[in-house]
Ligand binder design. Sequence first.
Ligand code: NAD
Length: 353
Amino acid sequence: MKIAILPGDGIGPEIVAQALKVLDVLRRDGLPIETEQAPIGGAGYDAAGDPLPEATLSLARAADAVLLGAVGGPQYDSLDRPLRPERGLLRIRKELNLFANLRPALLYPELASASTLKPDVVAGLDLMIVRELTGDVYFGQPRGIEVRDGERVGFNTMIYSESEIRRVARVAFDIAMKRGKRLCSVEKANVLECSELWREVVIEVARDYPEVELSHMYVDNAAMQLVRNPKQFDVIVTGNLFGDILSDEASMLSGSIGMLPSASLDANNKGLYEPIHGSAPDIAGRDLANPLATILSLAMMFKYTFNDPATADRIENAVKTVIAQGYRTGDIWTEGCRRVSCSQMGDAVVAAM
Ligand code: NAD
């Protein structure tokens, strides 16, 4: 189990240090885990003048899985675009061909009051959004801004090939098989040809998964249903643009950005695992960050890359235990709970394991 560790910037090194404590426990208990660290983002720029240094990319290529903290910071905002930290992240996803982005939205009952929605709407929420990550209008050609008939026009191309739709649909069906066996495909087939093809191909793929109940929903309705009755969903599969928006909406259902992991997978289930939040420069270096999203990203790694659901469950159960014991970092703290630092939260998870 070769894991490339890319802490990145801001709170990245602090939260990744807690995940490393978890890996130490697993290694001590016999798992053949090897880790190696490399800089990415602003740290990559500082070390090698590149947000994705060649050595970091080689390490990531050679690894079975990558754990990433977060990238970015105000000190890098004035750099030329290709040198900015976020560019390192986009490039590593593209270079490793990570086309399927998995974003669970899960709400622990004890944290239901952190959501802006009524507790009964979100308590017990457990859904997974599978977003296509390397195609669609974000990458389609032609694109640009030019002058036509004396005025400027901006244009992009929404485009998906059958093979791109098929491979992400397969990932989503496979995940649905491991969960509640219900998949909702989200598009805008009433208006867009690209979505029409999306729907046709998803229906074709469904023939190989007779046990999965497939439904279709237009994206405008899906945006509404996610806040009206989010518990109706098990797995959602959608394109890059719609998935970008819906996955952020879904993450807010659970209230805390510090709790949510993510995975981006290639065709062989090699993956890059990272919390959904950024580098939080406002609290960086002060041992205040919530490391649970990063630790839960490790759980996803064991589930999807290493095919070891028992270890994934062990990590997830340890997180559930510390929440039930009342440990809270500042972002999820409420009256009556035990306020802990980032490193104390990491220690609590290790103790629970
Ligand atoms: P952010 O997610 O870093 O922070 C938003 C708010 O949430 C802040 O108040 C922050 O303190 C809080 N927060 C985030 N993670 C937390 C955690 N683990 N524990 C406690 N509180 C947490 O988003 P932002 O402020 O918009 O961006 C800051 C930097 O991060 C920017 O440079 C941005 O480009 C970058 N960014 C990186 C990624 C990534 O690496 N994947 C994602 C988003 C933003």
